[in-house]
Design a protein. Structure first.
Length: 235
């Protein structure tokens, strides 16, 4: 499908339970689409709702209104109303995600953390590990660390594991939440090249990049999230 992701009139509020259930509007009327082979970037200041939009697309946050239509398994699915099993299936087969922070099971070696998304899709263990080795090598993570759990790694080392894990599959949609955070210039350049390769393969990418140089290198289109501020939304 040439447009595998369509977000239509999505809104989100948070409930502050420690303040008597006060409702905090975050975004309203969010509408955009992402085409195959395109990197669309959510732009705007901190607190504008960029990460909230990304998390709604991934199903971590529930949308209060609107639709998040994803091309999945030969059909269309609305993640805004999908059940937990459907969301997990979409994550396994259709939407990949690179977050700002590495959240994994403790004591699992870095190599197996990177290989895990392929294993979940039925790839044989050694084939998955071989691809994981290639990505970790490309991202300049020392081989002596591959058999170690990443809990004691530096921030930059953990982020390289995070990027490798997110890029190892061929998901048709890939979400990127500051993938180059904590990386030095050499590894930022590697990630920029990896994004270009995903685009060439027809992956639809939706990302957040506070690094201006990286954003300019990868973005085909910018979406100004401040346009979806609740006070600007029509009544």
């Amino acid at each position: 499908m040439t447009t595998p992701l369509v977000v239509s009139d999505v809104s989100k509020c948070f409930t502050i339970h420690l303040q008597g259930g006060k409702r905090l509007p975050v975004v309203s009327g969010v509408s955009f689409s992402v085409s195959a082979g395109e990197c669309t970037v959510l732009a705007g200041p901190s607190g504008a709702g960029k990460s909230s939009i990304l998390k709604m697309v991934y199903g971590n946050y529930a949308a209060d209104a609107g639709q998040i239509i994803v091309a999945h398994a030969g059909g269309l699915i609305d993640l805004a109303s999908a059940g937990p099993r459907e969301v997990l299936a979409v994550r396994r087969d259709t939407i990949g995600y690179v977050s700002q922070f590495l959240h994994v099971v403790p004591r699992v070696p870095a190599l197996d953390i990177v290989a895990e998304p392929l294993l979940a899709r039925g790839v044989a263990l050694e084939a998955a590990r071989e691809k994981a080795r290639a990505l970790l090598s490309r991202l300049n993570l020392p081989e002596r660390l591959w058999a170690l759990p990443p809990a004691t790694f530096s921030g930059g080392e953990q982020q390289r594991v995070n990027v490798a894990r997110g890029f190892i599959t061929d998901h048709p949609i890939l979400l990127l939440d500051e993938p180059t955070a904590s990386l030095d210039r050499a590894n930022r350049d590697v990630v920029v090249a990896m994004i270009a390769e995903k685009k060439a393969q027809g992956t639809a990418l939706l990302g957040i990049f506070h690094d201006t140089e990286v954003r300019e290198a990868v973005a085909d289109r910018l979406i100004d999230v401040t346009a979806f501020a609740p006070e600007r939304a029509p009544a």
